[in-house]
Design a protein around this ligand. Sequence first.
Ligand code: IMP
Ligand code: MG
Length: 179
Amino acid sequence: MKNNAIEKILFTKEEIQKRIKELGEQITKDYAGKKVLMLCILKGSVIFYSDLVRNIDLDCNFDFMVVSSYGNSASTSGQVMILKDLSGSIEDIDVIIVEDILDTGTTLDYLKKILMQRKPASLKICTFLDKPSRRTNNLTADYLGFEIPDEFVVGYGMDYAESYRNLPYIGVLSPKMYS
Ligand code: IMP
Ligand code: MG
């Protein structure tokens, strides 16, 4: 499977690790002296999350949500479902949402709204990838790994119909796989 489904590699293992180290340092600085709840949005951000938290030198707590907006297709259904909620309260807690990719912005806009109702001390967004050209609202990330063009990417946690999450790089999925 090395791998004619992948048209080209956008970011190698090494490029990913270098950028994550920088993101971790930035978060460590910004939250100095604070405790922060790192909120992993499963499943896509699991790999990014596990690399990121190990580059943050702070008192971190973990929590996880499972959110689904796609079904098995390559474009958003526009409907966000919470399949697993937080395991605890976030009231008065500094929270960083860790997401794989910011596309139309529908998922994070919705999540941000419902989490703000729970009165966190602060709520920021850290996304590994951003496709700004696809945005349908004015959502922006507070921390961003890489900006990418409007192409469907897989690997490093991201899937197409649940496959390719385990690729160690970010690749562009060949459109022949979904057209
Ligand atoms: P949004 O709600 O349109 O911003 O979509 C966000 C979610 O769609 C992400 O968390 C991903 O799960 C998925 N997604 C968007 N673009 C891609 C992509 O290029 N590859 C894989 N998943 C994607
Ligand atoms: Mg997905």
